[in-house]
Design a protein around this ligand. Structure first.
Ligand code: SF4
Length: 393
C-alpha cells in the first residue's frame, strides 16, 4: 500500500498558531498547480506501487478551482497505478464550502465528486466565535454548520478537526464543542492539543502577555473529557488524535503510522520510500522555478536502523494496536526487542503501558502487543521517547 500527498500551499489568511508552509498571496496558484502536475510526471517512475490513498492537504486545498482539481487528477491517473477503490481526501475550510461560496466560487461539489473525492476533512477547530477569533480562523461558526450540512448531503466519509487547550477555552465550552461534533453524527473527528510553535503570532502574543499560556494539566483534562465523551458516543480512539466510527478510520493516516511508502508532491511535502525520507523546498517561487527547469527541489536523508526503530516505536505507540512484540523481534532483532521491554518496564509498573495478548487464528498462536493504557495516553509521546535507542547506530 502507498499514498500520494499533494500540498496546496495557499491560505486566505494566516491562523495565529500555524507553522505549516503556505502563502496568503494566491497570485501564483495557477503556475503552482502546473508545477505540481510536472512534479507528478517527473517522479512517475519512483517505485511506489499501487496507490491506495490520495490526500490533498495544505494550506487550504478547497481554494483549488474545479479546473485545477481536474488537471491534477488527470495527471495522477495517467502516470500512476491507482487501486480500484482509493480513499481520496480533500482538506477544506468551512468558508470555501458554505452555500454562498459554492454558489459563486470556482469549486463545485459536482466536480469534487466527478474527480473521485470521497472523503472531506473539514477544519472547524471550534464552534465558538471567540475561539475562532483568537486563532484567527477565516470562517465563522455559521459557516462551519452550513459546511457540515452540505458535506453530509453529498459525502459519507467526513472528518472534522477540533482544537483543545486554546487559551480561554473552559472545560465547559470544550465539552460543548465535543457534544456539538458528536451531535452532527459524522463518522470521524480529529482533535489536536494546541501547540505553541516558534515564530507564530500565538507565541509572540503569549510572550508579550497579550494571551495567557495554557497549562499542561488544562489540556490533559480536556483530553480526558474528549476520550470519555467520544467513547460513550461509539467512536474508537484508534490513534492519539483520531476518533473514528468502525469502517471510517483514515486510511491515509493509517499508512503513515504503519510505515507505508508515500509520495509527497508540492512545496514542503515529505516523501518516504521505506529507507529514505525526502522533503521539498518550502518556498513557492523557488519550487516553481526549479520544477519548471526539470529539477526536483528536495533534500534526502537515509534512515539508519536506529532511526527506523525509533520511528516505529513512536508511530505504533500512538495507535490502539500498539507495538507487536513479535514484529519488533522480526524487524529489529532480539537485542532491541529485549531493550524495548526493559525500557518499557517502569511504565508497565506505573500502569501507563500494558502488554495484552490476543489470538491469531491464522497462525494458531497468540500475539502480544505493548499498548499505552488510557491512563498513559496523554503522556504517550514522552513514554515512547523513553523506549528510543539513543546510542549511535
Ligand atoms: S488554514 Fe490551515 S494551513 Fe492555513 S493558516 Fe490556517 S491552520 Fe495553517
Amino acid at each position: 500500500m502507498s499514498g500520494i500527498y499533494i500540498h496546496i500551499p495557499f491560505c486566505k489568511q494566516a491562523c495565529h498558531y500555524c507553522d505549516f508552509h503556505f502563502s496568503t498571496t494566491l497570485k501564483k496558484k495557477g503556475k503552482l498547480v502546473d508545477a505540481l502536475c510536472k512534479e507528478l510526471v517527473l517522479r512517475k517512475d519512483e517505485p511506489i506501487g499501487e496507490v491506495q490513498t490520495i490526500y490533498f492537504g495544505g494550506g487550504t486545498p478547497s481554494l483549488l478551482s474545479s479546473e485545477e482539481l481536474e488537471k491534477l487528477f488527470k495527471t495522477i491517473y495517467s502516470n500512476y497505478t491507482i487501486s480500484e477503490a482509493p480513499e481520496i481526501t480533500l482538506e477544506a475550510n468551512p468558508d470555501d464550502l458554505s452555500t454562498e461560496a459554492l454558489a459563486k466560487g470556482d469549486l463545485s461539489v459536482k466536480s469534487m465528486k466527478e474527480v473521485g473525492i470521497n472523503r472531506l476533512s473539514i477544519g472547524i477547530q471550534s464552534f465558538f466565535e471567540e475561539d475562532l477569533k483568537l486563532l484567527n480562523r477565516v470562517h465563522s461558526v455559521d459557516e462551519a454548520f452550513e459546511c457540515v450540512e452540505m458535506a453530509k448531503e453529498h459525502f459519507d466519509n467526513i472528518s472534522i478537526d477540533l482544537i483543545y487547550g486554546i487559551p480561554g477555552l473552559s472545560d465547559v465550552r470544550w465539552l460543548e464543542n465535543v457534544h456539538k461534533a458528536i451531535a452532527m453524527d459524522i463518522p470521524h473527528i480529529s482533535c489536536y492539543a494546541l501547540t505553541v510553535e516558534p515564530k507564530t503570532a500565538l507565541k509572540a502574543f503569549i510572550e508579550k502577555g497579550i494571551i495567557p499560556a495554557v497549562e499542561d494539566d488544562v489540556a490533559q483534562n480536556q483530553h480526558e473529557i474528549l476520550l470519555r465523551e467520544t467513547e460513550k458516543a461509539g467512536y474508537d480512539n484508534y490513534e492519539f488524535s483520531n476518533f473514528g466510527k468502525p469502517g471510517f478510520y483514515s486510511q491515509n493516516n493509517m499508512g503513515y503510522w504503519q510505515g507505508k511508502t508515500y509520495l509527497g508532491i508540492g512545496p514542503s511535502a515529505h516523501s518516504y520510500d521505506g529507507d529514505q525520507r525526502s522533503w521539498n523546498i518550502a518556498n513557492n517561487s523557488k519550487y516553481i522555478d526549479e520544477i519548471e527547469a526539470g529539477i526536483l527541489p528536495s533534500e534526502q536523508e537515509r534512515l539508519s536502523s536506529k532511526d527506523k526503530y525509533n520511528e516505529y516505536v513512536m508511530t505504533r505507540l500512538r495507535t490502539q494496536w500498539g507495538i507487536s512484540l513479535d514484529e519488533v523481534r522480526d524487524l529489529f532483532g532480539k537485542e532491541r526487542h529485549d531493550y524495548m521491554l526493559e525500557q518499557a518496564q517502569p511504565h508497565i509498573d506505573t500502569g501507563y503501558l500494558a502488554i495484552i495478548s490476543s489470538s491469531d487464528s491464522a497462525k494458531k498462536n497468540s500475539i502480544e502487543q505493548l499498548i499505552v493504557t488510557k491512563k498513559g495516553k496523554f503522556l504517550s509521546d514522552g513514554i515512547a521517547s523513553d523506549l528510543f535507542l539513543i546510542e549511535p547506530a
